[in-house]
Structures are given as C-alpha cells and as structure tokens.
Design a protein around this ligand. Sequence first.
Ligand code: ATP
Ligand code: MG
Length: 140
Amino acid sequence: MAGTRTFSIIKPDATERNLTGAVNKVIEEGGLRIVAQRRIKMTREQAERFYSVHAERPFFGELVDFMTSGPVVVQVLEGENAVARYRDVMGATNPEEAAEGTIRALFAKSIGENSAHGSDSDENAAIEIAQFFSEADIAG
Ligand code: ATP
Ligand code: MG
C-alpha cells in the first residue's frame, strides 16, 4: 500500500449539483489516490450507524436527514498520511472558515451541507472503510 488510507463520502449536496468529478479532481490534485468508489443511497440505518458518535449532538437528526436525502459517493483514498492530508484537502467543517482551494471552500453550501466527509483518525478510517467496503473492493 502506498501510504495509509482514509474514508471519504461525497455528500448529497455535491452529487445533487453533479460535482462528483470536480470533487475527485481536487482529491487527486491533493495527492490522494481513489482506490475504491461506489455511488449509493444511504439508508437511515446506515447513516445513523455511521454518525453514531454524534447521536447526542443537537444536529444529529438533521445530519441523518441530509445524508439520506440523495445519493452519496463512498470512497477509499490512499496516500501519505491520508487522514490528515484529506482533512487539509477538504478544509474546515464550516465553509466560511475553509482555506482557499479546499473542497469545502470551493463547493460547500453550509456547515451542514458541506460536500465531503473524511475520517478523523486511522482507527476510525479502518472502521468506516469496513462499514462500506470489503478488502476485495479495494485496488491500491
Ligand atoms: P465530517 O465528519 O463530515 O468529515 P467534520 O469532521 O469536519 O466533518 P464533525 O464535527 O465530525 O465535522 O461533524 C460531522 C458533520 O456534522 C459535519 O460534516 C456536518 O455535516 C455536520 N455538522 C457539524 N456541525 C454542525 C452544525 N453545527 N450544524 C449542522 N450540521 C453540523
Ligand atoms: Mg468528523
């Protein structure tokens, strides 16, 4: 494997505007390789499980509604320090605070509809990848 892995989701606000390719271009130009990718419509059960760490947060219901409102693209990204690198490529959660050229600065509509998800640790990346992909789906 070339480096480490992270898990990414291109969120419904981006797929709705036909921005999958535009987001992928920023990912690839940011030094990450898309080694697995699938477009799905998340069920409520999948979204609730995926975001279970946020279950007590006030925006949890809104977040699950949003993530199930349209198709998403789930991805495995590979590269040197993939988790930290992808968080740099995505930019801050709130697009108003996101650095120029990042996915969220370029495309996000709001703090909730912020176009992309990226894992926050190697441990969570492995858990999140395993929720959506088997090792046979990943070609590095
Ligand atoms: P992600 O986990 O999606 O990569 P993140 O790690 O930058 O984003 P988290 O704090 O983990 O941010 O929040 C998860 C997601 O919940 C955010 O990406 C966003 O879509 C949503 N969210 C976070 N804070 C708010 C908020 N104050 N209001 C509405 N939605 C929010
Ligand atoms: Mg997070």
